[in-house]
Write a protein that binds this ligand. Structure first.
Ligand code: TXA
Ligand code: MG
Length: 324
């Protein structure tokens, strides 16, 4: 593996230069930071899998600058998805569409659909509009770990493996995009994310949310144990944890208030005002903070299950799922 001295900067031209050379750069988006490479270049794609240590059965999202470029990579655009694209792109929405053969098998893990997203971040918009190829970008974290929401998070884990990290500030949404496709003329949500299901349903009526299985992930990457810190995470009330652990060995992720009787430094509150959007923005940084504490267990509390709260609860439940 090549060793780079991590360079963090704000130079759009530098990012473009590396991408055009077939190298990888970390790019900010409004959801999470992505590990970006030329989606039409097999060497760049293989680097992404290798830097992330990601299994090849887990396909990648391609990113482009505008809805009217999507047809370059896809065969059809079913009407309900077109309606969603018109309202929510650019934004935290990824659509699964039948792919053209220009999209390499490595991108889709050989599957017939390709995942397409248009990020809503001014810097990345500029970069994508200047490139004549789409950019593949999974979240810029080692496979199975917490997604990064700052340039510093990326540097901590991938800093020696990529030549450039473009700093676009902290991510404004903080959870990954909502992934939507169609099956048998029904709109299906494969991953709950930064676009609330309520907003989707207000526009196109009710949608199915597809349960995924660990053994055969339908939206692969939707593996049960995902987003997992190194310290064990449990979805358990503090008073139960206090029966099993020394108070000094417990970390807590809370929604609105800290819990008495546990070191306040070992607790993170996601949103004192009880706002699920604010909680989403703080979620992954909070999990990272708790994961570097000297504690034995992290207890997490679910948040209200509406809006982005549903994506937060999905991530928390995966973080707490037993690792295989
Ligand atoms: O917000 C996001 O979507 C971020 C930013 C960087 O754009 N990207 C992201 O990528 O979260 P990643 O690779 O960490 O997660 C993408 C998910 C994976 O779980 C993958 O299985 C699913 O999208 N996916 C990609 N292509 C697919 C396809 N053709 N069919 C089914 N699922 C697909
Ligand atoms: Mg990811």
């Amino acid at each position: 593996m090549l060793n780079f001295a991590a360079m963090i900067g704000k130079e759009i031209d530098t990012a473009i230069h590396f991408l055009e050379q077939g190298d990888l750069v970390a790019l900010p988006t409004e959801t999470v930071y992505g590990l970006a490479g030329n989606a039409l270049n097999d060497h760049a794609i293989l680097k992404i899998y290798s830097v992330k240590n990601r299994p090849a059965f887990d396909p990648l999202i391609i990113h482009t600058s505008a809805v009217d470029r999507i047809h370059e990579y896809t065969l059809e655009f079913p009407e309900p998805l077109r309606v969603l694209a018109r309202s929510f792109m650019p934004g935290p929405l990824t659509l699964l569409l039948p792919r053209k053969t220009i999209i390499p098998d490595l991108i889709t893990s050989g599957m017939p659909r390709v995942a397409v997203r248009i990020p809503n971040h001014p810097t990345v918009q500029q970069i994508l509009s200047r490139l004549d190829f789409p950019v593949a970008a999974p979240s810029a974290n080692p496979f199975g770990y917490i997604s990064p929401t700052t340039a510093y998070h990326v540097e901590q884990q991938l800093g020696t493996k990529i030549p450039y990290i473009l700093d676009g500030g902290p991510c404004k949404i903080g959870v990954e995009s909502t992934i939507i496709g169609m099956e048998h003329n029904r709109v299906v949500v494969y991953r709950q994310g930064g676009l609330a299901i309520e907003s989707v349903e207000a526009l196109i009526g009710s949608v199915s949310i597809k349960p995924h299985s660990t053994s055969n992930p339908a939206a692969p990457g939707m593996l049960k144990s995902h987003y997992a810190p190194s310290i064990q995470v449990v979805q358990e009330q503090p008073h139960i944890l206090l029966k099993q652990y020394n108070p000094s060995r417990i970390g807590l992720l809370r929604f609105q208030n800290k819990h008495d009787g546990i070191n306040p430094q070992h607790q993170i509150v996601l949103s004192p005002m009880g706002n699920v959007n604010e909680a989403a923005r703080n979620l992954f940084a909070a999990l990272r903070y708790l994961d570097q504490l000297d504690v034995d267990i992290i207890g997490v509390e679910l948040v209200p299950n509406h809006g982005l709260g549903r994506a937060i609860n999905d991530r928390l439940q995966r973080a707490a799922a037993p690792k295989k």
